[in-house]
Design a protein around this ligand. Sequence first.
Ligand code: DAH
Length: 327
Amino acid sequence: MQNNLADLEKNTLDKLTSINNTQELSELRTQLLGRNGELTQILRSIGDLDANERKLAGQVSNALKKKLEQVLDQKNTDLVSAQLANLESLDVSLPGKYKPIGRLHPITQTLRHILDVLRRLGFTVVEGPEVELSAYNFDKLRIPENHPARDMWDTFWIDKEDESMLLRTHTSPMQIRYMETHEPPIRVAVPGRCYRYEATDMTHEWMLQQVELLAIDKGISLADLKGTLHEFARQIFGSDSEVMLRNSYFPFVEPGVELAVKFRGKWLEIMGAGMVHPEIIENAGYDSSVYTGFAAGMGIERIAMAVYEVDDIRHFYTNDLRFLSQF
Ligand code: DAH
């Protein structure tokens, strides 16, 4: 029996040296001292011994049990403090992994601001197709066959031979589409991309974004147009902004005007506008002696250039983060 105990002690101490986590340690403890543990079984068998052997065997085995328990406890303490020391070597003051946060493109920011202002002025936002029929882009807007805007230099035709479809050159075709499918009163704002076949320079891009306005109702006058645009300018350019309506010509409005805003001391033209031509109102199926309205079309890049003081429109679409991350 004493040999058994000596072997058990030696084996246990051997095993202990190779244990390096608390899970293994607790398995070893169970093997030894659990309900069916090796030492537990030895202790249990003491009862079967002769009375004279029993006493000594009891003392020796209990002493071993105590000793092993102490050794196991000590090992447990060592393992736990080693784990803690490991944890403490994690320096929480070190910088984390850098993940750049994206942001909205300056044109998107400007567009959203413009649409917020227009919604508050009572306009509903709707969108139209970017690939448009030339009937809507030109004819129904009274832009005749020989008008320079139709020139292949201005227009991306889907099929150059047939010229019936194109990438829209402005958002105005939605005036017609919306009037054809809705009854007055109408108050819509139409944002969208437009395309023009042109060489780019500081103020021209082959793709641009516009917002079209259309208001049709009984008794709308030029005063409503002016009031709406003035309020719009105050919201975008500041409450002290001045606006100027200048005579202009667009085939689909009569009279046609251009709106300039005085911003940082300079007059900037930011949109074309006018009273919707009576012929267009009649073509949409309304009586032009009852219904009148105004339309306007603005270039978003132009407005963004003024607001952010950007001198070259091409910056917006070259995807240079040094530029874009300033907004
Ligand atoms: N569609 C015109 C353009 O792209 C801008 C425009 C002018 C829109 C007058 C209008 C308007 O609604 O009334 O140049």
